[in-house]
Design a protein around this ligand. Structure first.
Ligand code: SF4
Length: 148
């Protein structure tokens, strides 16, 4: 079976900044079709759960208290890339709007709830590595891509 990465919060793991998850029942179909490797770049980077929310600001990532957490985000992203290399991963289903996993939208770095076009820290590296990125909005395309 093809191996894909999935944001752990979508699988129901309580790894979100607020200690909750983003479980979506459509994931159950994916489990029948793919070998799933859960990833949470922020946890991989050593950040605690729950944690202070972060947003991308220019080239850096800062949390709501103003602390620069770029090091942790970078560390987590590179751990994900190691998995991609080791497991020959070509596809990932990621949680949009996250400063790590966002594929199409992220928050604007001002902590005012405004979304802008952009990608999360890990998502950018995955894209550069040639991994095809999907979100819940395109999960049907991912299902249809099985074996392709
Ligand atoms: S870093 Fe990704 S997997 Fe972890 S909680 Fe945020 S969106 Fe979910």
């Amino acid at each position: 079976m093809e191996t894909i990465l999935v944001s752990a919060c979508l699988l129901g793991d309580n790894v979100k900044y607020n200690g909750k998850n983003n479980y979506d029942e459509r994931i159950e179909k994916l489990k029948e079709l793919f070998d799933i490797v859960p990833i949470c770049p922020e946890v991989f980077g050593g950040l605690p759960t729950p944690r202070i929310p972060s947003e991308i600001k220019g080239e850096n990532v800062v949390n709501e208290k103003g602390k620069d957490v770029t090091y942790e985000f970078n560390k987590g992203a590179h751990k994900v890339i190691n998995i991609v290399n080791f497991c020959h991963v070509r596809k990932a289903l990621l949680m949009d709007r996250s400063p790590s996993c966002g594929v199409n939208k992220i928050y604007n770095g001002k902590f005012n709830g405004t979304l802008i076009d952009g990608m999360g820290y890990t998502a950018k590296l995955l894209k550069a590595k040639g991994v095809q990125l999907y979100t819940l909005d395109s999960i049907d395309e991912l299902i249809e891509s099985k074996g392709k």
